[in-house]
Design a protein. Structure first.
Length: 103
């Protein structure tokens, strides 16, 4: 039996779209991270139409974390307005010494 919509295919589509969106909206992602908001919220309008599993939001969060790099550390999670419930990762800039705590 074959599955025409294998999860790996769906995830590949999400990853490609997320990487393009991250590159296109890097300044906005950075500002969200610096302000203590989940950067993921910047990409929700672009990616929500193709996200079909809650786990996909987690994958996008990890791609953003990798894009931000070692200068940012995860400080918590905050609910983001998605149709599938998800808490986006929040960060602080490690170099500044001042955490941007989620509110």
């Amino acid at each position: 039996m074959t599955d025409d919509h294998a999860p790996s295919d769906d995830e590949d589509i999400v990853v490609r779209a997320a990487l393009q969106a991250i590159e296109a909206h890097g300044d906005e992602l950075l500002q969200a991270a610096l302000s203590g908001e989940p950067p993921l919220q910047v990409l929700i309008p672009l990616l929500e139409p193709i996200i079909i599993e809650r786990a996909h939001w987690g994958k996008v969060d990890r791609l953003i974390r990798d894009w931000l790099g070692l200068g940012f550390e995860q400080v918590g999670r905050k609910w983001v307005p998605t149709r599938l419930p998800h808490k986006g990762l929040c960060y602080y800039q490690a170099d500044s010494g001042e955490p941007a705590r989620p509110t």
